[in-house]
Design a protein. Structure first.
Lengths: 101, 213
C-alpha cells in the first residue's frame, strides 16, 4: 500500500491538473444584452475631472525631483547631525528670556 | 436609422481603435461603445468567472464584472493594459462572490456529500499515474477539488487557485487581488497546507472504510 503522503501528493497534482485542463464558460450573447440594458439604464459614466487630472499629472511630474530633494536633505541632516537643534532647544528651555534677547 | 445598424457601424469604427480610445468615447457619453469592449473581452471574462465560481452562477458573475467595469471606467483613464485592468476587476468580483456566499451559508458550497467526496478521492488516487484528467475522471476530479475548496475561506480559496493551482507569480497575484506580496505568500502557504489537510483526512477516512470492508 502506498504511503499516505505519496497518495496525497498524487491526488493533489491530479486535482490541480484537472482544474487546469477544464474548459470554462463562454460568453453568452443574452447576458451581453442584459449588461447593455443595465448600463443604459445607469446612463453615461462620469468622466474624470479634467482639472483634477491636470493637477495630478503636474504633481507627478515633479515627484522624482521632490524625492531627490528629500534624500539630499536627509543626507545633509545625517551628515551635520541633529546636535545643533538639540542644543538650541536645551538653551531655550534653560533660560528662555535670555535666549530670546 | 435603426439602433442595430448604428451599433454595427460603431463596432466597425471601434475595431480599429485601441481600448483607450473606446473608453474615451464611452466616457464622452457614447454608452453603446461599451458593447465593443464586451465583444472583445467577453470570452476572457467568461473564462475567469467560469473557473472561479460554480457554472450555474458564472454568467451572472460575468455580467456583474462588466457592470462593475463600466462603473469604474473613469478610474481606468487609459492607464495601462485594459485586459489586465479588467482581470483585476474580475478576480475581485469572484472573490466578493465567495465572500458573500460564505457569509450567507444558505446553500452548501459544493453539491457533493462527504461520502461522494471520499469515493471520488479514492477513484482519483487510484488512477494510473500520468493518466489524463479529461472526460468523466477530469470532471470528477474538478468536483472533488471544488468540494475541498469549499472548506476554505474565500481568501484562502482565491490565493490557492491563483498561486498554487494556476501557478501565477506572487507579485501578479498581489496586484490582481490588491494584497501585499507578503500577505499573498503567507496565505498561499497556509491555504495549501489546509487543502492538503482536508484531502489527507479524506484519504485516511476512506482508507479506514476500505480496510473495514
Amino acid at each position: 500500500m502506498k504511503r499516505n503522503k505519496e497518495r496525497l501528493d498524487e491526488l493533489e497534482s491530479r486535482l490541480f491538473s484537472a482544474y487546469r485542463s477544464g474548459e470554462y464558460g463562454a460568453a453568452n450573447p443574452d447576458r451581453r444584452e442584459s449588461v447593455m440594458r443595465e448600463i443604459r439604464r445607469m446612463g453615461a459614466v462620469e468622466a474624470p475631472n479634467g482639472a483634477q487630472l491636470r493637477i495630478e499629472r503636474f504633481a507627478w511630474r515633479f515627484s522624482a525631483a521632490a524625492c531627490l530633494v528629500a534624500l539630499l536633505l536627509l543626507a545633509y541632516v545625517f551628515s551635520n547631525g541633529f546636535v545643533d537643534y538639540q542644543e538650541l532647544a536645551m538653551r531655550f528651555l534653560e533660560n528662555p528670556i535670555e535666549f530670546m534677547i | 436609422m435603426p439602433r442595430a445598424v448604428i451599433i454595427r457601424e460603431m463596432r466597425g469604427n471601434a475595431s480599429n481603435e485601441s481600448d483607450g480610445e473606446v473608453v474615451d468615447r464611452i466616457l464622452g457619453g457614447e454608452v453603446d461603445a461599451f458593447e465593443y469592449l464586451m465583444d472583445r473581452y467577453g470570452e476572457h471574462v467568461a473564462r475567469i468567472a467560469g473557473r472561479r465560481v460554480p457554472w450555474g452562477d458564472a454568467e451572472e458573475v460575468a455580467q456583474d464584472i462588466f457592470v462593475r467595469a463600466y462603473m469604474s471606467l473613469s478610474g481606468y483613464a487609459g492607464k495601462g493594459d485594459f485586459k489586465w485592468w479588467l482581470s483585476k476587476i474580475a478576480e475581485r468580483a469572484c472573490h466578493d462572490y465567495w465572500r458573500e456566499r460564505y457569509k450567507r451559508r444558505e446553500q452548501p458550497v459544493s453539491a457533493l456529500s462527504e461520502d461522494q467526496a471520499k469515493r471520488l478521492a479514492r477513484a482519483a488516487s487510484e488512477q494510473a499515474a500520468g493518466a489524463h484528467a479529461d472526460g468523466t475522471a477530469g470532471r470528477e476530479a474538478r468536483e472533488l477539488l471544488a468540494w475541498a475548496l469549499g472548506k476554505l475561506s474565500s481568501e484562502d480559496r482565491a490565493v490557492l487557485e491563483l498561486v498554487s493551482i494556476e501557478e501565477r507569480p506572487v507579485a501578479e497575484v498581489a496586484e490582481l487581488l490588491g494584497w501585499s506580496v507578503v500577505n499573498v505568500k503567507v496565505r498561499a502557504y497556509r491555504s495549501r497546507k489546509k487543502l492538503r489537510a482536508i484531502l489527507e483526512r479524506l484519504i485516511a477516512k476512506e482508507g479506514e472504510i476500505h480496510e473495514a470492508k
